[in-house]
Write a protein that binds this ligand. Structure first.
Ligand code: SAM
Length: 277
């Protein structure tokens, strides 16, 4: 019998993949967790029915959420990741020689354990307990409220604005992010699809721009995510992503990100620019 998994990306549209095998299904205090192995995407992590990452294309999201903001800051020594339980962002962040310490605050310890068992290619830095990494299982919102003037770069690698991730998309959270950053710090958040989530993206941009003098949105092509085009938004206190000297950007082993993309990913089509006016 053929088995198919469908993620409902909008009320009227879904992404369906033929399943080879269901590797894990369980429930944590916070969410339903599943790992399914599929023909096109390989193993995929699913939280509350929403696709989080896949072996086929995970490198795009993880490289772009990590290397672009780290390429903007000239000396990102102290980095915080909120969420990111699969470990992919941390795997990329520790490649930067400037980075001395990465704190990761993930609310759901079961996501970390399941990722270590079924997605070892992604969670390698968690498995190896990388020396730069400090992992804390807890709520990113509470953690942020208690931090001040501490981080150079904060990476909000969160799930959608429903369930435990809802509070990570609010003005109150952005105020705490601002407070937790050093005077020249910056943060990035995954801000969903510019095709399907326009009201959300417009609101987030406005909320971030109210606090941060520099707000920039960039794009990446990610087949797994709704519409295949995903965006990320940076709020920065000092450094403008558009004026980065790409000859100073670290060159690491990557499959998607490169020095040219460091700047060109910020080129936005007119319909997105219109949205931000
Ligand atoms: N790449 C992914 C995407 O955009 O779909 C995000 C991946 S990562 C698995 C998202 C993580 O954020 C989840 O493991 C979830 O448990 C975590 N998370 C959600 N709300 C959180 C919160 N308030 N504090 C810390 N982590 C949170």
């Amino acid at each position: 019998m053929e088995l198919w998994f469908t993620e409902y990306q909008t009320k009227n549209l879904g992404l369906t993949a033929r399943v080879k095998e269901t590797l894990f299904m369980g429930k944590s205090e916070f969410q339903d967790i599943a790992v399914v192995d599929t023909y096109e995407f390989g193993r995929m992590l699913v939280l509350d029915g929403v696709l989080q990452t896949s072996i086929f294309d995970e490198y795009i999201y993880h490289e772009m959420i990590a290397h672009v903001p780290l390429g903007v800051h000239p000396n990102p020594q102290n980095v915080l990741v909120i969420g990111g339980g699969d470990g992919g962002s941390v795997r990329e962040i520790v490649k930067h020689t400037a980075v001395q310490q990465v704190e990761m605050v993930e609310i759901d310890g079961l996501v970390v354990e399941v990722s270590k068992k079924y997605l070892p290619e992604i969670s390698v830095a968690l498995i190896q307990e990388h020396p730069k990494l400090q992992l804390k299982i807890g709520d990113g919102i509470g953690h942020m409220a208690g931090a001040a003037n501490k981080y150079d770069v904060i990476i909000v690698d969160c799930s959608d604005p429903i369930g435990p991730g809802e509070g990570l998309f609010t003005p109150a959270f952005y105020q705490d992010v601002y407070k937790a950053l050093r005077t020249d710090g910056l943060f990035v958040q995954q801000t969903e699809s510019p095709f399907y989530h326009q009201p959300l993206l417009k609101r987030l941009r406005q909320d971030i721009a109210t606090l941060f003098p520099i707000t920039r949105t960039y794009l990446a092509q990610i087949p797994l995510y709704p519409s295949g085009t995903h965006c990320f938004t940076i709020g920065s206190k000092k450094y403008d992503p558009l004026t980065v000297d790409k000859s100073h950007v670290s060159q690491m082993e990557t499959r998607y990100y490169n020095r040219d993309l460091q700047l060109s990913c910020f080129a936005l089509p007119n319909f997105i620019q219109e949205l931000f006016k």
